[in-house]
Design a protein around this ligand. Sequence first.
Ligand code: ASP
Length: 350
Amino acid sequence: MPKLLLTLLCITFLISSCKEGKNEIPTTENDLIEKPEFAIVIHGGAGTILKENMTPEREAAYKAKLEEAIMVGHNILKNGGTSMEAVTKTINVMEDSPLFNAGKGAVFTNAETNELDASVMDGKTLNAGAVAGVTNIKNPIDLARAVMDNSEHVMLSGKGAESFAEEQGLELVDPSYFFTEGRFNSLQRIKDREKTELDHDAKAAYYDTELKDYKFGTVGCAALDKNGNLAAGTSTGGMTNKRWGRIGDAPIIGAGTYANNETCAVSSTGWGEYFIRAMVAHDISALMEYKGLSLQEAARIVIQEKVANLGGDGGIVAVDKDGNITMEFNTAGMYRASIKSNEDPADWYL
Ligand code: ASP
């Protein structure tokens, strides 16, 4: 619709609704744009990509996989499926791709193993499920969902989580399934470098510059379905060179993932230690709930001020109960995509 016409409509509607009562007065142009019936947003990790490392072929591969993933979720939502189904199935596509640091392609621990973390949350019930440090589950996001649906717990870790996965009949793989050469080489470079630099600033500079693409890759999704239910999920291999059973923000409800039908659904990616300390995903929801902020403003404060002031970096994708989408990051980039029901799916890529 031409902008002038929309503005005129805005004014006409404002004048007429003023007569009808306070609650119906639209305050912005956005209020007059039809709310989407459903919406979905995904990320494939935040960080720095150097131009020389991003060949046209590589970029095309990421773009194709992001498109494939988001279209899976979009179609589920379009056909009336739940936001939880859309979130998990969308994440499965990225977990199965070696391009991302989740499932196949996960980063390596200091002990040269892969330990995967994942979580999901249902905004309608506030139920949640999470797993940490699993080594043989093909799709950790499915295990997180099984924990939510079929156990009385919220978070399972390590061997116990793996036994539960077996009982649930989830697909198990040999740990070697997760190996990729790029991630392995990345670990070796960090180990070499670590011998000389261990303080915070040196590590931060190193993560910013030398890890390049390797810092990218955690995956996440947030969605709103036709019934107005929100859901979010996050899946990751964590951070390269992690040790001592380190667990990041991704499986921590409130840090890496949060969903509440009253506010929003959020999935985080970034330097997990900071995202845990800032309780990023829940903080965004809380700013909306208690302070009445918009999703966009709440996300900006948490990512650009709270996390950044602590010294952390990363980003989030989120959708609110009205289908507004936000993709906020304080890194140089974040793989991301979104589609609303009232948008052309061809415009999904940012
Ligand atoms: N947040 C993840 C972690 O700290 C890593 C990432 O998102 O890149 O485990």
